[in-house]
Design a protein around this ligand. Structure first.
Ligand code: SAM
Length: 400
């Protein structure tokens, strides 16, 4: 159901709580880690909103700024260089008011798509984090995401809130069919929904958003009744991530449900060229899953463990997938590289620690060769770590 724009900030709705939970919980370890690159961090909230909801809840800008404050306070580094920019087309004044205690931040009144290149100009040496949380899909030009990836930054990460159902609905309109599931769209409560029609202009706008026309066969299959609208959405989200992977090596797709057991309403997409950023997001999703379930289930008890996709966790299945994936590595490969590819193939189905535990078992059974550097501790004991970084390296190779 389309709503008036201003309503969005009256009270913070459950889906905003879930989104912010993921942003906040990822952003904290991200900032702590990224400061150790000794390169500046440039944080841009591209659709920042008002900063605060009318009910007093913090919006994404205040959540990010409080985390930056905490990280600054706890780092031992002399000068943590962090700059933060908040863009909003409608609420720059509210942002100035609500972020008044952060005089060092930059507030931009205008459109993300008109300002972002200027903001990123001259930041080649920096770590860039873009939080992209628009109402609709119109401003999500894929060509901009491609350009960012070419930007020669020290690193770049995008966290995108993709209204994939909104895309499918408009793609249906553009190809002369409809997907107007009233229950779904009543629950979705869209603000400023994008409206397309059966015209060439709409088709080229959708191509620009999707970064290609791969969405068309999906809608054609839906039109023919070969798949339903939910399959179409899931297929589109999968293909969208594959398209982003042309520019970003690691792309994770996290379905957001408003109520437990429901179909996803939105997708949060995390894109990075940094394998450790991808692994950090996997653990963030898995570790925060309980909190997210609390929000989704209104605090009801869970009888069994479920993963990010509300699927029951099947331990045998994860073990099978681990063996299938790691048995491909006939040459020595970095453990973290191989792990990140595991989650690219299967999604964030479990924590990195869970897969590492299975790998340890495979090492003990002499099915997986694990080479550690350093291989001995200073006291002459064989090392057994399973995490790379801070002077530790691990290579793995499948034996049998
Ligand atoms: C979903 S809200 C953002 C909510 C925010 N992330 C939070 O947690 O409080 C989207 C915001 O994008 C703004 N907006 C709409 N079109 C825009 C554009 N092209 N560029 C930048 N901001 C835009 C709207 O005014 C609105 O405040």
């Amino acid at each position: 159901m389309a709503k008036k724009n201003d309503d969005f900030f009256l009270e913070k709705k459950p889906w905003s709580v879930v989104k912010d939970e993921i942003l906040g919980c990822y952003f904290k370890p991200y900032v702590s880690k990224i400061l150790h690159t000794y390169k500046p961090l440039v944080y841009v909230d591209c659709f920042a909103g008002k900063g605060k909801f009318e009910d007093g809840n913090r919006g994404s800008p205040l959540i990010a700024l409080e985390i930056i404050d905490q990280c600054r306070a706890s780092t031992t580094m002399q000068q943590a260089q962090i700059n933060a920019t908040f863009i909003d087309l409608n609420y720059a004044d509210d942002l100035r008011r609500n972020l008044g205690s952060y005089p060092w931040v930059k507030i931009v009144s205008g459109k993300y798509e008109d300002n972002i290149k200027t903001i990123l100009r001259g930041k080649e040496n920096c770590n860039i984090f873009l939080y992209i949380d628009p109402y609709g899909i119109k401003a999500l030009q894929c060509s901009l995401f491609d350009e960012f990836a070419q930007g020669h930054f020290n690193s770049i990460e995008l966290l995108i809130n993709l209204n994939s159902f909104g895309f499918i609905r408009e793609a249906c309109h553009a190809l002369g069919t409809t997907f107007d599931d009233t229950t779904l769209f009543a629950d979705l409560v869209e603000y400023e929904p994008t409206r397309m029609d059966a015209s060439e202009k709409s088709i080229s706008e959708l191509n620009e958003i999707a970064g290609g026309d791969y969405w068309k066969p999906i809608i054609v299959a839906y039109k023919k009744g070969e798949i339903d609208g939910y399959d179409a959405e899931a297929l589109f989200a999968e293909k969208y991530c594959m398209r982003l992977r042309k520019s970003y090596k690691y792309v994770l797709n996290m379905p957001l449900r408003i109520k437990k057991g429901q179909r996803p309403k939105y997708r949060l997409i995390h894109a990075t060229n940094h394998r450790d950023g991808c692994l950090l997001m996997v653990d963030n999703i898995c570790n925060r899953w309980e909190a997210l379930q609390e929000i989704q289930s209104g605090g009801q008890m869970q009888l069994w463990a479920e993963n990010f996709d509300n699927q029951a966790v099947d331990e045998d299945d994860i073990e099978e997938k681990t063996i299938l994936h790691f048995s491909q590595y006939n040459c020595l490969t970095s453990l973290h590289d191989a792990l990140a590819m595991f989650f690219m193939n299967y999604g964030p189905i479990c924590s990195t620690g869970y897969v590492k535990k299975i790998l340890k078992g495979l090492e003990e059974d002499k099915r997986l060769l694990v080479l550690r550097n350093p291989d001995y501790t200073s006291r002459g004991k064989k090392t057994a770590f399973m995490t790379e970084g801070k002077g530790q390296k691990i290579s793995v190779r499948w034996i049998r």
